[in-house]
Each structure stands twice: as structure tokens, then as C-alpha cells.
Design a protein around this ligand. Sequence first.
Ligand SMILES: Nc1ncnc2c1ncn2[C@@H]1O[C@H](COP(=O)(O)OP(=O)(O)OP(=O)(O)O)[C@@H](O)[C@H]1O
Ligand SMILES: [Mg+2]
Length: 275
Amino acid sequence: MNMATNTAETIGDNHQTVGTPFVDNAKLSMRNVNVFYGEKQAIFDVGMDIGTNEVMAMIGPSGCGKSTFLRCLNRMNDTIEGCRVEGDLNLEGEDIYGAKLDVVPLRARVGIVFQKPNPFPKSIYDNIAYGPRIHGLVSKRTELDEIVETSLQKAGLWNEVKDRLDAPGTGLSGGQQQRLCIARTIAVSPEVILMDEPCSALDPIATAKIEELIAELSENYTIAIVTHSMQQAARVSNRTAYFHLGKLIEVNETEKVFTNPDHQLTEAYITGRFG
Ligand SMILES: Nc1ncnc2c1ncn2[C@@H]1O[C@H](COP(=O)(O)OP(=O)(O)OP(=O)(O)O)[C@@H](O)[C@H]1O
Ligand SMILES: [Mg+2]
């Protein structure tokens, strides 16, 4: 699409996402997604795929709907009074909003990590063991011990906490708490990990650790990450989705989005003209 002509139609009612929003090996597949808070519409006709073992970054100005869209993917919006989601959302061909679908196992398959680390007021061990216990994934203490250890190892936290598993999770540093929350998500063997600004409360060293972790995790998991840091999106993701006022403007290979975007709104955002 020509850059000079696309603004009006893409931000108008008949807007169309430019770039490559769809892939062949979709893990998550969304079509015609509209989200409302009461009367107010927050997401407008969004369609995109997230590929298996892909890291998808979601960027855009504050209030453009990134968190709202992310929460659709594991039905976290169900917990928000007055929020209504329309459209087709599928996890490997299964309707995420289907009548038969149970949200508890869905949220184990599609885990979420929030901006502010939110460990349970329990020991480090019990933070990780909680999910496997309630999902009935283990019967023996030795199995549980193993899940706790491997989850903490995958989250890059094991060496820092192995001698104090009985200490409260809330006593860890912010960066450690965030890795604890990632370990807790991993403990129930998810297929997809959603992250909503997971580093925004962290210092650069803790942020670098989480970014390394994202790169490792992407070998086995599909990841969608909302971030305000364009450097972070550039470092960790395969494709980047640019949202603007509830509309999905562009999806492209991350390098393309940050060097030669197809849409002038994306260009305006990445060059800092608004945001
Ligand atoms: N619980 C809610 N009730 C009513 N409106 C909401 C609610 N949550 C979000 N909104 C509205 O929906 C729109 C999208 O908000 P959302 O939080 O998804 O944006 P965002 O892109 O994640 O922004 P930020 O970068 O600031 O986190 C905004 O207009 C916001 O005011
Ligand atoms: Mg948000």
C-alpha cells in the first residue's frame, strides 16, 4: 500500500491492517475482534495471527488498546465488569470463547505476566507449586519438587533462591519477583505466555535478564509481549504489531517495523512524533 494514501482509510471505518498480520503456523488466530467497555469501544475489528514459538511485540501509544487486546487471548477480560469481546479467537483451532471451553485450563495453557510483579503471599516454593497443585498435575512431593526446580531454572532464578525456598516470595527484589512470576506461569506447562510490560517496574540489569529469558523461552513457547520500549521490542521479538486508537495499523517483521515501516502512523510513532 502506498504510504501517501493509506492514512485516511486505515484510521477510518474501513481500515485495513498493513503488512503481514497472518502466518501459516498460527498458534493463536484472531479475526474481527471488537472489544467494548460498556458503550465505549476499545478495539476495532482487529485480525492477526501469532505463530508457534514466535515472539510478537505489541506497541503503540498509551490507551491504544494493547492490554485490552492481550487480555482477550486468555479471557482475562472476563474478570472486568462491563467488558465485552466479539469476534473469532482461536488457540490451535479451538474457540477461546466457545461454550465448551473451561477458562481455568485455558489460563494454564495461555499464561499471563503483568507489569507489576504479583507473587502470592506465600513461600517461594509454594508460589511455584500452587498452579501444579490446583491443576492436579502432580501426585507426589518429589514430582512437585522437580517442577519447582525446573520452573525456577527456566526462569533463571534457581541459583539465587535454591537455599531459601521457604522464604516469602514477596521478600525478593523486584526483578527476582518478576522472574518468580514467570516461573509460576511456566510451572503449569503453558503453550503461550502473555506479558504486559513485564519490565516496566525493573532496573536495566533486571530488564536485561528478563529479555534474555524471553529469548530462551521462545524456543519452547509462543510469546506475546506488550512494551513501551521500542529497543526492547527490537531486541526480543520476531514480528511487531502497531496499535493506534484501538485499531491494528501494521504488523511486520520487527526489523522492518523499526527501519522501514509500511504505514505512516507507525513511522510517526517510532520516530517519536507521538506516543
Ligand atoms: N476496565 C476498564 N474500564 C473502562 N475502560 C477501560 C478499562 N480498561 C481500559 N479501558 C479503556 O480502553 C482503552 C484501551 O486501554 P488499554 O488499557 O487497553 O490501553 P493500553 O494500550 O494498554 O495503554 P497503556 O500503554 O497506557 O497501558 C482506553 O481508552 C482505556 O481507557
Ligand atoms: Mg496497558
